[in-house]
Design a binder for this molecule. Structure first.
Ligand SMILES: Cc1ncc(COP(=O)(O)O)c(C=O)c1O
Length: 405
C-alpha cells in the first residue's frame, strides 16, 4: 500500500511542512551555501562540562526520582526553583502552584491553543509573528488577526482600534499573543508605555494575553526595558511562557507556563494525554543549573557573544544593502527582519535561485505574516554562523536584491 491519505485526520491533513525545516534539510548537504535561515543557538555556547557534571550527579545521587515517572505539572522542587528564578530575574511573583513545566515552550503554545481556542475564535498577534505559534493556533481553527509593528514592536493604538472593531462586530477574541521583548522574527522590544497599554486593553475588553519570552535573558542594548508584561498584570490576565532553550540548551526541551491557578490546572489536564509529563531528568538538571548559579552566569555571557554577531550583520547590511530595503535593528533575539521595497519582489520564489546561484539561504517572510502578505520579506538569522560568514552571507543577499529586484 502506498497511499494512506484516506486514513489521515482532517486536522493532520491541514498541516504543511515547515518551510524552515525543509530549507535546513536541503542546505545541510550544501557546504558552499551560507545559511542565514535557521534560528538555532550557536553550539559553542552550550555549557557542556557543567551540564555533564550536573547530569551525572542527578543520575547517580537522585536516580530513584530523576529516572522515574513524575507529576504532569512538573516536579514540585523544580517548580519552586522556577518560582524563585522568575522573581529574581524578572520580578514576576508567582507560586509554584501557578507554574506548569512544559516540553519546551512550543508545547506551551500547543497546550494554550488546545485549551483556549475553539474553531473560529480570533487570536491577535504581531504581524509578523513567530511561525510555529501561528501554526499551533491555526491548527486549532483560530482566525489570526495581525497588528503591524514598527521599530518598537506592536503598535498598541492600532491594537486597540482593531479590538474595538472586532468586539463591535460581535467577534470572539480569545487572546493577544505577543513576544514583547526580543521579538521573533523582528528583534523589536516594546517600551514600558506600550506594555502598560497592552495590558490595559486586555482589561478593558476582557481578553487574555499570552506573553512569550524566550529571549529577554540576554539583550544587546542595556537601556532597553526588559520588564515582562506579567509584572503589569493586576487582574491576572497574562499567561507567561519561557524556556531554557536559548539560555542553556534547546535539546533539554524544558520550558514553563506561569498562569493563574485555574488555567494552570486546565493546562495540566490537557497535558496529561500529550506526554504524561516533561522529561524528569531534564527537569532536575534545569533546577540544579538554576540553583547552582549556572544559568545566571551563562546568561551573562550570551549577550556579548551574540551582540558581536548582531553587530556584524547590521554593519554588513549598512555597507552592502541598497536603499530600497527596510530592516529591523534587533535589541534581542537572533533575527533581522527585512522588507525589500520593490513591487513583485518575492522571496519565496527567489529562494531556489538564492541557494543555487547566490549560495545563500534565508527564510521567506510570508509565513510569519497573518494576512498572506509579506512576500517581499525575509528573516535573516545571525545566531549560528561566525561573524565573517555572516558578513559574506549579507554580501551575497545584497547581490540577490540588487540583481533580482
Ligand atoms: C518566540 C518563540 N517562542 C517559542 C519558541 C520555542 O522554544 P522551545 O525551544 O522552548 O520550544 C521559540 C524558538 O525559537 C521562539 O522563538
Amino acid at each position: 500500500m502506498d497511499d494512506y491519505t484516506r486514513f489521515i485526520s482532517s486536522t493532520a491533513s491541514k498541516i504543511k511542512a515547515s518551510e524552515i525545516r525543509e530549507i535546513l534539510a536541503v542546505i545541510r548537504m550544501r557546504r558552499d551555501v551560507i545559511s542565514l535561515a535557521g534560528g538555532i543557538p550557536d553550539p559553542r555556547t552550550f555549557p557542556r562540562k557543567e551540564l555533564a557534571e550536573i547530569a551525572r550527579r542527578m543520575i547517580i545521587d537522585l536516580g530513584d526520582q530523576a529516572l522515574q515517572y513524575s507529576e504532569t505539572k512538573g516536579i514540585l522542587e523544580v517548580r519552586e526553583m522556577l518560582s524563585h528564578f522568575l522573581f529574581e530575574f524578572r520580578g514576576i511573583s508567582v507560586d509554584a502552584e501557578n507554574i506548569l513545566v512544559t516540553t519546551g515552550s512550543q508545547q506551551a503554545l500547543d497546550l494554550i491553543a488546545r485549551t483556549l481556542i475553539d474553531p473560529g475564535d480570533i487570536v491577535i498577534t504581531e504581524n509578523p509573528s513567530y511561525l510555529a505559534a501561528i501554526g499551533a493556533f491555526k491548527i486549532r481553527g483560530a482566525r489570526l488577526v495581525g497588528i503591524p509593528i514598527d521599530k518598537q514592536g506592536m503598535d498598541t493604538y492600532k491594537l486597540e482600534e482593531k479590538v474595538k472593531e472586532l468586539k463591535s462586530r460581535g467577534e470572539k477574541v480569545k487572546f493577544i499573543y505577543t513576544i514583547p521583548v526580543g521579538h521573533n522574527p523582528a528583534g523589536t522590544t516594546m517600551p514600558p508605555d506600550r506594555k502598560k497599554h497592552l495590558v490595559e486593553i486586555a482589561e478593558k475588553y476582557d481578553l487574555l494575553v499570552v506573553e512569550d519570552d524566550p529571549y529577554s535573558y540576554f539583550i544587546y542594548d542595556e537601556t532597553v526595558d526588559i520588564r515582562p508584561l506579567k509584572t503589569y498584570d493586576s487582574e491576572d490576565r497574562v499567561i507567561y511562557l519561557s524556556t531554557v532553550s536559548k539560555i542553556l540548551a534547546p535539546g533539554l526541551r524544558i520550558g514553563w507556563i506561569a498562569s493563574p491557578k485555574d488555567l494552570t490546572r486546565r493546562f495540566e489536564l490537557v497535558k496529561q494525554y500529550m506526554d504524561l509529563h516533561s522529561p524528569t531528568l531534564n527537569q532536575f538538571i534545569v533546577a540544579e543549573a538554576i540553583r547552582s548559579g549556572l544559568v545566571k552566569e551563562h546568561a551573562h555571557k550570551l549577550a556579548p557573544f551574540y551582540r558581536k554577531k548582531r553587530d556584524a550583520m547590521l554593519e554588513a547590511i549598512k555597507e552592502y544593502f541598497p536603499d530600497n530595503v527596510w530592516y529591523t535593528e534587533p535589541v534581542g533575539g537572533f533575527f533581522v527582519f527585512v522588507y525589500v521595497l520593490k513591487e513583485g519582489f518575492d522571496t519565496s520564489k527567489l529562494l531556489e535561485k538564492a541557494i543555487n546561484k547566490y549560495r545563500v539561504a534565508y527564510v521567506p517572510g510570508k509565513s510569519f505574516h497573518t494576512d498572506e502578505r509579506g512576500e517581499n520579506s525575509m528573516r535573516l538569522s545571525f545566531s549560528y554562523p561566525d561573524s565573517d560568514t555572516i558578513k559574506e552571507g549579507i554580501r551575497r543577499i545584497s547581490e540577490l536584491i540588487k540583481n533580482e529586484a
